[in-house]
Design a protein around this ligand. Structure first.
Ligand SMILES: Nc1ncnc2c1ncn2[C@@H]1O[C@H](COP(=O)(O)OP(=O)(O)O)[C@@H](O)[C@H]1O
Ligand SMILES: Nc1ccn([C@@H]2O[C@H](COP(=O)(O)OP(=O)(O)O)[C@@H](O)[C@H]2O)c(=O)n1
Length: 226
């Protein structure tokens, strides 16, 4: 087994990718790539700079020049955009919708591609997103596609946002999630779909620990299965 092995976790919003990729990375001693955060950062930066969604060239420059730092802290990974802590700001629903819109633009995806690939090759990597197993790391060692019913995903997201102190309109949240799913799946450039060699896990009826155990069953690392 390659010491720089790559595990990819793709799937729709609220399927549990972020949660499971963190747990799996901890179990495997791997670095984490939260590719959605990169799209969210371009979205936030473009909203801050009032760049319109149809200004494709400007958005691509924004993605290419993104000044971002991921720093570990006691409360988890903090994300800095041009030195400003935007860890919470990028999770805002307005940013989610903007991220989904700009993620459909091929020049933006192309501008982020190498930045994502650069995470590999420095030890094991767990990469979370929509096209990790299809486009960014097509030769990954282990690929997962995590999904759950739209209702379960919306309920999870609702609980997560309420716990973070936000006021959430459930009907709006469901509509937003469905709109993002539709856009992610139907775009021409790297649409959301399982890689042919991905293991599909439906977590609708599974808790987080059960999903983690299923994943660990299929990831074997040097020194034996873990
Ligand atoms: N299998 C599960 N059962 C219950 N809650 C879950 C499960 N997987 C994830 N969650 C919760 O759902 C919310 C969304 O999960 P997250 O990992 O952010 O999803 P994603 O990254 O796919 O959008 C989080 O609050 C997380 O704790
Ligand atoms: N590899 C990726 C990751 C995210 N994205 C886009 O970026 C948006 C935000 O990604 P995310 O993973 O943070 O979203 P959630 O699953 O947390 O809702 C998604 O709605 C996708 O449109 C993408 O197109 N490709």
């Amino acid at each position: 087994m390659n010491k720089d092995f790559v595990v990819t976790i793709d799937g729709p919003s609220g399927a549990g990718k972020g949660t499971l990729s963190q747990l799996l990375a901890r179990e495997l001693g791997a670095t984490l790539l939260d590719s959605g955060a990169l799209y969210r950062l371009v979205a936030l930066s473009s909203l801050d700079k009032s760049i319109a969604v149809d200004s494709v060239d400007e958005l691509a420059v924004c993605a290419r020049d993104l000044d971002v730092q991921f720093s570990s802290s006691a409360s988890g990974v903090r994300i800095l955009l041009e030195g400003r802590d935007v860890t919470t700001a990028i999770r805002d629903e307005r940013v989610s919708m903007q991220a989904s819109a700009i993620a459909a633009l091929e020049p933006v995806r192309a501008a982020l591609l190498q930045r994502q690939r650069d995470f590999a090759g420095h030890g094991p990597l767990v990469a979370d997103g929509r096209d990790m197993g299809t486009t960014v790391f097509p030769r990954a060692d282990f690929k997962f596609y995590l999904t759950a019913s739209a209702e379960a995903r919306a309920q999870r997201r609702y609980a997560q946002l309420v716990a973070a102190g936000e006021t959430v309109d459930m009907a709006r949240l469901v509509a937003d999630i469905e709109a993002r799913d539709e856009r992610d799946q139907s775009r021409a450039s790297s649409p959301l779909r399982p890689a042919p060699d991905a293991r599909i896990i439906d977590s609708t009826e599974l808790n987080i620990e059960e999903v983690l155990q299923q994943m660990l069953l299929h990831v074997s690392v040097p020194g034996g299965a873990c």
